[in-house]
Design a binder for this molecule. Sequence first.
Ligand SMILES: Nc1ncnc2c1ncn2[C@@H]1O[C@H](COP(=O)(O)OP(=O)(O)O)[C@@H](O)[C@H]1O
Ligand SMILES: [Mg+2]
Length: 594
Amino acid sequence: MSIRRLPSELINRIAAGEVVERPSSALKELIENALDAGAGTIAIRLAAGGLDLVEVADDGCGMAPGEMRLALERHATSKLPGDAIDAVTSFGFRGEALPSIASVARLTIESRLRDSDGWRIEIDHGERAGEGPAALPPGTRVRVADLFGKVPARRKFLRSPRSEYAACLDVVRRLAMARSDVAFTLDHDGRRILTLQPGDSPARVASLLSPDLARHGVGIDFARGPLALSGVVSLPTFNRGMADQQYLFVNGRPVKDRLLVGALRAAYRDLIARDRHPIAALFLDIPLDEVDINVHPAKTEVRFRDPSAVRGLIVGGLRHALDEAGQRSAAREQSAAPVMWTTSEDWDRHPRASGGPAYFENSGIPAFAGMTDEVDGVGEEHRLFDHAPAARAEPAVEPVPTFPLGVARGQVAATYIVAEAEDGLVIVDQHAAHERLVLERMRAAREGGDVARQALLMPEVIELDEPDCDRLEEAAADLAEMGLEIERFGPGAILVRSMPAALGRPDARALITDLAAELAELGQALGLRDRLDHVAATIACHGSVRAGRVLSVAEMNALLREMEVTPRSGQCNHGRPTWVKLGHGEIEKLFGRR
Ligand SMILES: Nc1ncnc2c1ncn2[C@@H]1O[C@H](COP(=O)(O)OP(=O)(O)O)[C@@H](O)[C@H]1O
Ligand SMILES: [Mg+2]
């Protein structure tokens, strides 16, 4: 075996394997270089998702011809004046990007210092392909064409222009959010996609993710010791089917870290359904010696010295902000909902003249869907109306006392409570609301350490798979804390001794089976506390008033009064609203009186 030193050309290609995976990774390096050069405006042009062309032009400091040649050499950087990598605040510092890209594409750099002429250098897959004068404004323009054109093994792994474009857009979004003080434009195949003026961070985030975040978002501003967290997250009711709009910035650097996923899930536990996801853009400021940014060549991953402190900060900060926003915004959301009814597409398609009542029937639920970007649970809700009409009414004889949720006047479809409040008509989803109340009751009891339990006269034996039994047995001590006492009963069975009193009289078998499934699904992914919260939500669901159960007026009023004093009662455990209000003004509008 003979050992040899590799030629620099080959070294660059090997490095390119790590730094340049696809057009979006080249784009990321170029934008970061422009930001490091102090650019105030960055213009990006892409063709065919970056497969044909990636171009980044900036108005930064520029380079002299000699600096340009040096920049194309491996490990040549202007960003490490001393030798302290830990103290780096620029995006780059490894001096690898330009030579790596140049080794696997046709790279053209044009650059001009202020008060000087421009110069151009071209490199084709590692070979010098010429240089000469160039005409451009002060700054730098880098063009990457024919990526992997001579590296068929890599070209094969590139995807369609469409998905490469999506990856490029993601890169632009992240960096544009990280630096709201810089202006960006993005053109794709000759079309202007983005024009971003410099502005404050919340405005930049909203313009990149969703303009509705301004209304349906919560600002975060939270500090713990030397760590600080700012940014914006969506209210639980404003959620998405995919976790694709969750961004974390560490000291201004966009990073991808699984820690964020877990922390968000924990912060929104029981506020949002498990298959729905919040929108988040979070900016973490952390002392430089608490984080290592040099763990990945593309620097998109970081390593925290104390990950649990960071996680705690995020969960704590979000929880705090969401709790505070909870009551207030839930009410605001819900008073906004009827307005959306009136402006729903249905309504536009069937103008008022076609009759008022129909509008109630078919536009209510889709209007909620409009608050998220997908229709959520519509099928389920609509099926409820398949019941035979079942409505009872209370005569409105007494004056209405000033309860925020009003007094119950009746029940519709044995599922919705209709109440009259001083300022309008309130409709409550009885199951969603009660489920929430039970969960909050259980949580309060657990935190206060006095959970009431109800012993079963005859302990119930429930047969399950052995792994299910193992998981339940493992959780037995925690379940007991919630009032659910179980014991292992041979290899394939569980004995239930007592149930949480908050539940009334639930079906033990259904509850235990659901819990087993829940524990299996959650696995070790979540911390103990989060798992318990999920379990509590499952238990709460079993103990709640079902849709379809007829309630007495006293029961309905009791439910309303408890909702008024229970935190987070405006949303069910799956993040949907538990009640909506149609204000007097809105009712008048419906009938054309205004
Ligand atoms: N757009 C630009 N404007 C000014 N200088 C640049 C630009 N892009 C690259 N450079 C110079 O080229 C050097 C090498 O860039 P790069 O290979 O990306 O390595 P790094 O960013 O890690 O230093 C940089 O340190 C910088 O001095
Ligand atoms: Mg760089």
